[in-house]
Design a binder for this molecule. Structure first.
Ligand SMILES: Cc1ncc(COP(=O)(O)O)c(C=O)c1O
Length: 571
């Protein structure tokens, strides 16, 4: 029977702790004895449990400057302290002031509740401390990782059973990599695409060896570009910087009213590039066309079929960023939303989003099992060419055994369990959409596909004013139309300010949380609109909670409107 220890408040007067090797060794094996290890483990779980049981605010009340004061020691601690004291400090200073992202009223980001067994799995991961870079430090876990990668590869690309039987543990190739996160997955895909775009030949060693400058000279390249929609995640810009492409060469195609890439605008850009290339010696090389399956701000999915067709026409590498939406493929009845994903050259997928794993783990999958050879690297002391080391294919060096978490989750929930979770998330999204659409003081601003809803507060009488402007616009001459557009813009400026204020008030009240962004793609084209962004994926959130959240937003909004009315809406 293990008796839990009570963590003391951190004491200021502390007994002298031995610094001899014998004492430190005990810490490395287990604190003092196996019993103490179990006692601390139990206490730690109790500590975590009380964090979850605690009612009240999502964010602690402490201000950011006050928080900075808690962590302003400039000296590295010199004298050892007792584990129990430090755990007490962690409880007081860290856990107490952490964000309750699993709270069912927290619907603002892609991080939500996680299954409790994840905490136990994290303990296994830490205890085993496997380094996935090489088999010498990751024996069974290397094979688990390959099995997991193969499952997700099959989920996306649906190749034959014999393909997977042949390749699941074929160490000569890699179907994909487990990465630190979605950003690193996108980076890996774009490195492969870039290296494939500028390969070696008998006179040239390829971009990996030659570098960007020499490659551009050799291939007579004016510039190399990535193409993605305006809804592309900012990681694509980062990747452009890292790969030597540059921010300015990420071409952002406008989106339609559903936040999907505008196919006609894309075709126009590609035609212009083609025309440029046929009339210039130095050409523009499109390294990759990137589709999105679950846009970060709005949760929409590009027309992946159309993108594949266009990529084929221009012979471009086609990548799909499914960091957000990819997991929904686990449920067959939703597969149609992603039509064409199986034709992508590579796909990014995040486990810490809709696989409900704790942070962080991304995945990059390649349809062609030889593609990752384009970034293969070896070394004399590990990741030797003939080894089975996963590190031969990854951008990262040392990597944790993070895939244990989604691998176990898929076994515990099964695809049937995920169907229940995603059905619930779809139901919540549709409930929220209804609540907002029917509410006289709120305006729905997107067509939610994958659990993300954009909306804003607009009091009924201002909505009426806007509707009247639209009616007048339908038969206004040029001069009048300009005047009306100006009025509309002024109204929207005021509404933007009010919604920023509302977002502040929601944070202040701290009973719920939604996030905020700005979109240029709403029905008010030409003007950026401040929108609130709700992400409804938490299995603990209910329709009644959503109603409560909107009711509270409404109450806060009306107070704000009262203050803004005279200043902003005398139009
Ligand atoms: C579509 C999309 N791609 C990429 C990323 C980056 O993922 P990560 O934060 O795991 O690096 C995100 C994150 O929200 C995303 O929504």
């Amino acid at each position: 029977m293990v008796i839990p220890m009570r963590l003391a408040e951190p004491s200021h007067v502390q007994s002298k702790i031995p610094t001899d090797l014998e004492h430190l060794r005990k810490l490395f094996i287990m604190p003092d004895s196996p019993d103490r290890f179990m006692q601390f483990g139990y206490e730690l779980l109790d500590l975590i449990h009380s964090f979850f049981k605690e009612k009240g605010g999502i964010h602690s009340e402490i201000s950011l400057p006050q928080l900075a004061c808690l962590f302003n020691a400039i000296d590295i601690p010199k004298e050892p302290k007792l584990l129990k004291d430090i755990l007490a400090e962690v409880k007081q200073k860290v856990i107490k002031h952490s964000v309750k992202v699993g709270n069912p009223y927290y619907i603002g980001h892609m991080t939500s509740a996680i299954p409790y067994f994840m905490i136990l799995l994290e303990m296994i991961i830490a205890a085993l401390n496997q380094n996935q870079v090489k088999i010498e430090t990751a024996k069974a876990s290397t094979f688990v990782e390959r099995e997991f990668i193969s499952w997700i590869h099959r989920l996306i690309f649906c190749k034959s059973a014999s393909f997977y039987k042949r390749n699941i543990q074929n160490h000569r190739i890699a179907l994909g990599n487990v990465t630190l996160d979605g950003t690193l997955a996108n980076l890996t895909a774009m490195l492969v695409a870039r290296n494939k775009a500028f390969p070696a030949d008998e006179r040239f060693p390829g971009i990996r060896k030659a570098g960007v400058a020499e490659t551009f000279r050799y291939y007579a390249i004016h510039k190399a570009v990535f193409i993605v929609s305006q809804r592309g995640h900012y990681s694509i810009d980062k990747v452009a910087r890292i790969t030597g492409i540059g921010d300015n060469n990420v071409i952002k195609i406008p989106v339609d009213s559903n936040n999907k890439i505008d196919i006609n605008a894309l075709k126009k850009v590609l035609k212009e590039i083609s025309e440029y290339n046929s009339s210039h010696h130095d050409t523009i090389k499109v390294i990759s066309l990137i589709g999105i399956a679950g846009t970060t701000e709005t949760g929409n999915i590009d027309d992946l079929m159309a993108l594949r067709k266009i990529a084929d026409e221009y012979n471009i590498f086609f990548h799909v960023d499914a960091a957000w939406g990819g997991s929904v493929l686990l449920v067959n009845k939703y597969r149609d939303l992603f039509r064409g994903i199986e034709k992508a050259d590579s796909v990014t997928f995040d486990a810490h989003k809709l696989l409900y794993s704790p942070l962080s783990m991304g995945l990059i999958l390649f349809k062609n099992p030889y593609d990752l050879l384009n970034i293969m690297h070896t070394s004399d002391y590990i990741i030797r060419p003939d080894s089975v080391d996963q590190g031969r294919f990854t951008v990262e060096g040392s990597r944790p055994f993070s895939c244990l978490k989604p691998w176990v989750t898929l076994k515990i929930f099964g695809t049937t369990g995920f169907e229940v979770l995603f059905d619930h998330a779809f139901m919540l999204t549709s409930t929220l959409k209804d609540v907002i659409s029917k509410h006289e003081n709120f305006e729905l601003l997107n067509s939610p596909e994958l659990f993300i809803t954009n909306y804003r507060f607009v009091p009924e009488n201002i909505q009426n004013k806007i509707n009247r402007i639209y009616e007048q616009l339908s038969n206004a001459d040029q001069q009048k139309a300009t005047r009306l557009q100006k009025r509309l813009k002024k109204l929207n400026d005021g509404i933007n300010e009010m919604n920023i204020e509302l977002h502040r008030a929601i944070r202040q009240e701290d009973n719920s949380f939604v996030s905020r962004t700005m979109l240029e793609s709403t029905r008010y084209r030409g003007q950026k609109i401040v929108v609130l962004r709700a992400i409804t994926i938490n299995p603990l959130t209910t329709p009644a909670i959503l109603q409560e959240i909107i009711d509270e937003h409404n109450k806060l909004s009306l107070t704000i409107y009262h203050d803004f009315k005279n200043r902003l809406f005398h139009i």
